[in-house]
Ligand binder design. Structure first.
Ligand code: GLA
Length: 718
């Protein structure tokens, strides 16, 4: 029997008796309840987290559990959610319940719970936003005090969640450049496991700020009890998982406090980023679908809005282009039928031309020899050809070989008394300085003011912070990591106030920035510089756990040894499709195939972008991968079947589809075929009930199985 998260076991730390005066705070979504209660000692306890409790009278009876926002300096012997040192040097804090209120807004509600210390004038407000229909809860905290002098905050988690199970299984996603989001699941043992970033910028270079925590047994796609969690913070994050001597688990998500003691002034409000979680007792698939729906409805800029298909020139030209060559490339975009041409790195810098990655960053003027007539001419030419024009920027960075570096050495993060530490030959600008914020804003604003036709931006960030020191922050160096991210958001707020719907891709040397703090301002992200189709099956699979397909940019390029254009196209189609390839090198058949593919994609992209994702066969488990998107009323679905590097031992069984309506009848049709090839599946163009497709299933590999091949099936209600 499942052991739900009913935390009734009293222990030395938090033996609580329900106060008679305060009824439980019942935070409930369609399928989940999180119940908080106030003890006789007036502290706040997490008494329950699990499937929604049906009977209000029974919720009323709940009491005890673990203290929600554990403090330091008193009797708690484990990692605290908050630690602060008062102005008199005293490091203790006791948070007692004062009041709470709930505001309803449509199907969401926000509950604010005020906690105060009775000895020191410190107040913490815990905020829970409940997304009823999506089964998602976001948690954050604000910390404030009215002591005479500043206090020092050394820990400031967004929340703390407590679990009681026999075993805990953690799934994390880690990687490096061009090999992002590798998934690993492990059993947690007593002690602390931490997943974190200390990189400042490009913060998710090595670790993605998202995890699954399965209770008792590892959850599968369709079964098991778990939470999926992610932090909306484009900077240093930390998730700690601590199991105590009684096998109880505390999950602490938040900003990484590493090197970030925060001096909080009297009256100043410190707000943590939001931790988002969803609880599922039907496996990881359901958790992902909850998050995707929440993301599209609330968390991603224009999450349900249209997206532009594009042709990018990065892998086609790198830095080597001029006006003429680019205008020729526009023809490729037009031939393909995509919406937009995206000009990548290398178009700027005059005193220090950007002809490679060694110079020019920071000097955002068109390079006169490459683009004598400026961006304006390119926009015009693109428009003449019936396509839109987009541009690459990396506004937070500078090359030492640049005019910006010469003019504003004080705008750069670097130690005053040690040699500079370059990465990709560049340094990070000090965004905490308001003049730098103005500069960064003006890069975007000038571009769009001078060229109102610019319809898309790719915002890059190609290095993390090392040897970082802010001339602006002076003695407050320990605020740098936090302040930098806050200031990035400040700049984005300004940009979005003026350009609310401009599509902007969040890129960071591949997938170095993949979080919902950023996606509030961006419409999509660049998951990886690795566009090899086989690798992308894994990379896109990893991101799909937490992000909807319309945010995961997937471009068809010439990377991918031994992979046909058909295979690479089918892989990109399961995300937000784009191209980064020399179209003029296509064979006539490849061009015809790609033109048809773009048309097909435009026809079916609503199902992929807005539909429910079912991950049916994992590339981590078999030498194939099958995923499926189903639209809301279950009348249409798209199924992707990818064969990886097949080995002799591989036996591929029938595939049971998911997410269909058992009572409906569906026609299965293979689409996106390469010219001259035919659908080889005997079930092609046949009609089956949803019930049959989901129980008996279909054989997706009826003939000889060949490595690196793929099929796309359109499944339509008859
Ligand atoms: C990063 C991005 C690439 C490309 C280059 C340009 O590596 O991830 O897509 O834009 O920068 O320098």
């Amino acid at each position: 029997m499942l052991k739900y998260l009913l935390l009734l076991i009293p222990n030395v730390i938090s033996l609580a008796v329900l106060s008679q005066s305060q009824a439980p705070i019942n935070l409930q979504t369609k399928n989940t309840s999180l119940v908080l209660t106030v003890g006789g000692n007036n502290r706040l306890y997490q008494s329950y987290l699990g499937p929604r409790l049906a009977a209000p009278a029974e919720v009323e009876k709940l009491s005890g559990g673990r203290e929600v926002y554990l403090t330091a300096g008193m009797e708690n012997q484990f990692e605290p959610a908050i630690r602060l040192v008062h102005e008199d040097g005293n490091p203790s804090l006791e948070l007692k319940y004062v009041s709470h209120n709930t505001q309803q807004e449509g199907t969401t509600s926000t509950t604010r719970i005020v906690l105060k210390d009775s000895v020191y004038p410190v107040e913490v407000v815990l905020q829970y936003k409940v997304y009823f229909n999506e089964d998602v809860i976001t948690c954050s905290a604000t910390i404030q005090h009215h002591e005479k002098k500043p206090v020092r905050l050394t820990q400031y988690a967004s929340t703390m969640l407590h679990f009681s199970a026999d075993n805990y299984w953690l799934t994390q996603f880690h990687g490096d450049w061009a090999r992002e989001v590798n998934m690993v699941e492990e059993k947690l043992t007593n002690g602390i496991k931490s997943i974190e970033s200390k990189l400042g910028t490009r913060a998710n270079f090595y670790q993605t700020p998202a995890f699954f925590l399965s209770l008792n047994n590892p959850a599968t796609e369709t079964s098991g009890e778990l939470i999926a969690g992610t932090l909306a913070w484009t900077g240093n994050f930390q998730f700690t998982f601590e199991i105590d001597q009684r096998n109880q688990l505390r999950v602490r998500p938040g900003i990484n406090p590493f090197a970030s003691d925060y001096t909080l002034q009297p009256g100043e409000v410190f707000t943590t980023p939001e931790f988002t979680f969803t609880y599922s007792n039907q496996g990881k698939g359901q958790a992902s679908r909850n998050l995707h729906r929440w993301a599209r409805n609330y968390a991603v800029l224009d999450g349900k809005g249209p997206r532009l298909t594009l042709l990018n020139n990065w892998e086609a030209t790198y830095f080597n282009f001029n006006e003429e060559k680019l205008i020729e490339l526009f023809d490729g975009a037009k031939q393909l039928g995509v919406d937009l041409f995206l000009l990548d790195d290398g178009w700027f810098g005059n005193a220090f031309p950007r002809n490679d990655d060694k110079a020019g960053l920071g000097d955002w003027q068109e390079n006169k020899s490459k683009l004598p007539n400026g961006i304006g001419r390119l926009v015009q030419e693109a428009e003449k050809k019936g396509i839109k024009f987009g541009i690459w920027l990396e506004p937070e960075m500078v090359n030492p070989k640049s005019e910006l570096y010469q003019k504003h050495p004080d705008w750069i993060l670097r130690l005053p008394n040690r040699p500079e530490n370059l990465a990709r030959n560049q340094l990070v600008l000090d965004l905490t300085n308001p003049k730098v914020q103005d500069f960064v804003f003006s890069i975007v604003d000038d571009m769009l003011t001078k060229n109102p036709g610019v319809a898309f931006i790719k915002w890059d960030c190609n290095r993390s912070m090392t040897n970082a020191y802010s001339a602006y922050l002076k003695e407050k160096q320990s605020h740098l990591f936090i302040e930098y991210t806050r200031c990035l958001y400040k700049v984005m707020e300004r940009i979005r106030a003026k350009y609310p719907h401009l599509p902007v891709m969040l890129c960071s040397g591949g997938g170095g920035r993949t979080d919902y703090g950023g996606l509030k301002y961006f419409t999509e992200f660049w998951p990886s510089d690795n566009t090899d189709g086989l690798e992308r099956i894994f990379i896109q699979w990893g991101y799909s756990y937490f992000f909807p397909a319309n945010t995961i940019a997937a471009h068809i390029t010439s990377m991918g040894k031994g992979q046909s254009l058909k295979f690479r196209t089918d892989v990109a189609m399961s995300g937000k499709l784009g191209y980064d390839i020399r179209v003029n090198e296509f064979t006539p058949q490849e061009l015809q195939f790609s033109q048809e593919a773009v048309k097909t994609y435009k026809r079916i992209s609503d199902i992929i972008w807005l539909g429910d994702l079912y991950r049916i066969i994992s590339p981590y488990e078999e030498n194939r991968s099958v995923v499926m998107y189903v639209n809301e009323n279950k009348s249409k679905a798209i199924l992707f079947n990818y064969i990886l590097n097949v080995r002799r031992k591989d036996i591929f069984t029938r595939v049971q589809l998911q997410g269909l309506d058992p009572k409906k009848k569906y026609r299965i049709k293979e689409i996106n075929l390469f010219p001259g090839t035919k659908a080889g599946n005997p079930d092609n163009d046949k009609v089956f009930t949803g019930d049959y497709l989901m129980t008996v299933g279909i054989n997706l590999t009826p003939g000889k199985v060949t490595s690196l091949t793929s099929n796309v099936f359109e499944i339509t209600e008859e």
